[in-house]
Write a protein that binds this ligand. Structure first.
Ligand SMILES: [Zn+2]
Length: 436
């Protein structure tokens, strides 16, 4: 089926829309990369993280000659991908021009689809956020409804800042499930009914036909956010751990997301903590997620509170209409409730024990803890830290920092904007023989 047929259905939120798009549609016709050569790509990557580099700096940072750098820079300026800055650097008594990504070339959108929310940020190409919106939304309502809402919201945001949908050059989307990154689809996601293998890219493309769209797991996207804008700036080897409704990790290896052979690297929520324990939604017993996630903590707390161990939590439970959350446990701990303190400490230890194994295995420079449960504060962080330090090899922890996320709830959208940027400029393969 051609793109025209698909486009003719644009914005039909009604029946038939989903089945009109075959799940195996080739992605190529939906990819809108900006093609450059290898040296130009290196220049873009350098300028992106270190704005204000001169041609001389670029020669120093790469293995290219001054002539090569000069012609690439001129070419990138001609294509309007980069611009010369007004300010100049003085080096050796000479004025040197510096360069930046051309923010005005177009827009990037970062979309963070959570279990119960949609977060969107629109940025210029220099990744300066121009507008940001968040709305409650239930991901379990399925892809037709949610992607329709995401696309109309993004369209209205773009128009609000005086642009059109054609100005959107890149879109990064984070989703709360396992993603086949090459194909841009989610595979058997536990909390996303109806999304299995759904053609997300093809669907969103109908609203934003010029945009290059990339889909990834939400935790990977948050890890990218930390790497480019949070506490992980400049860190080469990092693990980002999200503790919320579920538990997962994004791995940054040598400055890039490590996805593994089929894209599910970092799914630490289902690492076994104990052979007994509650049955996890994956079917196994004693997974980390079934013991230390937000809902699991609340369940353990409620069980003990009902046995008379915490009048405070029992009061909160009744006041919330027979519901208890990790937030209530945080409240209890701040009020000095022993059960709440104990639950947080235990959960921190369980997370820390698993992280200790990862530290021994991967030897990261930093572990960043994010997600809703990280609001439980320093008690959680210190319990995680103690467990990691106790169980990891001294050499592995010598240069290890364990910190909370520096950008909190922004990690998802900022990461998604950067994901979009990462995949916008692609090295031309024309003329390369024997590849594949
Ligand atoms: Zn499990």
């Amino acid at each position: 089926m051609g793109i025209n047929r698909v486009l003719s259905n644009k914005k039909n939120s009604g029946n038939g829309f989903a089945t009109d798009i075959p799940s195996q549609t080739s992605l190529e016709e939906y990819q809108h990369h900006l093609l450059i050569n290898r040296a130009e790509k290196e220049i873009i990557d350098l300028i992106r993280t270190r704005p204000g580099l001169t041609k001389g700096d670029l020669v120093d940072y790469t293995e290219y000659s001054r002539t090569k750098i000069s012609s690439c820079v001129d070419n990138l300026i001609l294509k309007k991908y980069i611009v010369e800055n007004d300010e100049t650097e003085y080096s050796g008594g000479r004025r040197s021009r510096t360069f930046s990504i051309n923010g005005r070339l177009g827009l990037l959108a970062g979309i963070d689809i959570g279990a119960t929310s949609i977060d969107i940020a629109v940025a210029d190409l220099s990744r300066k956020v121009l507008i940001r919106r968040a709305e409650p939304a239930q991901v379990r309502q399925g892809p037709i409804k949610i992607l329709g809402r995401v696309s109309t919201l993004l369209e209205s945001m773009v128009e609000e800042i005086g642009f059109s949908t054609d100005d959107v050059l890149g879109i990064g989307i984070g989703v709360p499930g396992p993603v086949d990154f090459q194909r841009g689809i989610v595979i058997s996601p536990p909390i996303m009914p109806g999304w299995d293998k759904y053609p997300i890219i093809q669907t969103v493309s109908q609203w934003f036909p010029r945009a290059n769209i990339v889909v990834d797991n939400d935790v990977n996207v948050m890890a990218l956010g930390e790497l480019y804008a949070g506490n992980g700036k400049g860190i080469e080897n990092l693990i980002f751990v999200k503790i919320g409704t579920g538990i997962g990790a994004g791995i940054i290896c040598k400055g890039e997301i490590y996805r593994g052979a089929s894209g599910c690297a970092g799914d630490i929520g289902h690492i076994s903590v104990t052979k007994s324990g509650p049955i996890c939604h994956c079917g196994n017993k004693g997974c980390l997620e079934s013991l230390a996630s937000g809902p699991a903590m609340a369940e353990r707390a409620l069980f003990a509170a009902e046995a008379g161990k915490s009048p405070i939590l029992l009061d909160r439970y009744a006041a919330n209409g027979n519901r208890l959350s990790a937030e209530d446990i945080g409240f209890g701990a701040r009020e000095g409730d022993q059960l709440s303190i104990e639950i947080i400490r235990e959960s921190g230890e369980m997370v820390g024990d698993v992280l200790a194994s990862l530290v021994n295995f991967f030897n990261p420079e930093m572990i960043v803890i994010g997600g809703g449960v990280s609001n439980l504060g320093n008690l959680l962080l210190s319990s995680i830290r103690q467990a990691v330090l106790r169980r990891s090899l001294p050499l592995a922890t010598r240069n290890l920092d364990i910190v909370f996320s520096g950008i909190g709830t922004d990690a998802g959208v900022i990461g998604a904007v950067n994901l979009a940027f990462d995949h916008l400029f692609v090295v031309m393969t024309t003329g390369e023989v024997g590849v594949g």
